[in-house]
Ligand binder design. Structure first.
Ligand SMILES: [Mg+2]
Length: 145
């Protein structure tokens, strides 16, 4: 299977550092950001990001606002929201806005890895469909159909 590139976005520095170590050990390539703004800047530079793990509650640009921007700029990138009990409604709102799923904090690493793999599979399938549609479009334009 191709490399899976994940961006972890959370304002809690120790959480990001611990999770980065744990997820790297599970053969994921991890980029990190400590704010929504930083995440958006890094996504512009790193076009290979497959999945964003996004904290709902962050100072400044919150998770929902960051999600909207990610989906607008990078519609194929899948987003998993991370939430506490107090912000479950926000996470559900995030799913209506195109988030792949959400997980409650604190979450098990295994659960997070499984969710990331599901999200990556969805993205790959989506990309395949777009590729097939492009090929169909090209062949029909050439009258090869
Ligand atoms: Mg937070």
């Amino acid at each position: 299977m191709a490399e899976t590139v994940v961006m972890l976005v959370d304002d809690e520095v120790p959480f990001v550092e611990t999770m980065t170590k744990r997820l790297t050990r599970r053969n994921l390539t991890i980029l990190s950001a400590y704010s929504g703004q930083e995440a958006l800047e890094k996504l512009k530079e790193h076009k290979d990001v497959d999945v964003v793990i996004l904290d709902v509650k962050m100072p400044g640009m919150d998770g929902i606002e960051t999600l909207r921007e990610i989906k607008r700029e990078h519609p194929l990138v899948e987003v998993i929201m991370l939430t506490g009990h107090a912000t479950v409604e926000t996470a559900i709102e995030g799913m209506k806005l195109g988030a792949f799923d959400y997980l409650m904090k604190p979450c098990e690493v295994e659960q997070l890895v499984a969710k990331v793999q599901e999200a990556k599979a969805k993205k790959s399938q989506h990309e395949r469909k777009i590729m097939e549609a492009r090929i169909r479009e090209i062949t029909s334009r050439r009258g090869l159909d």
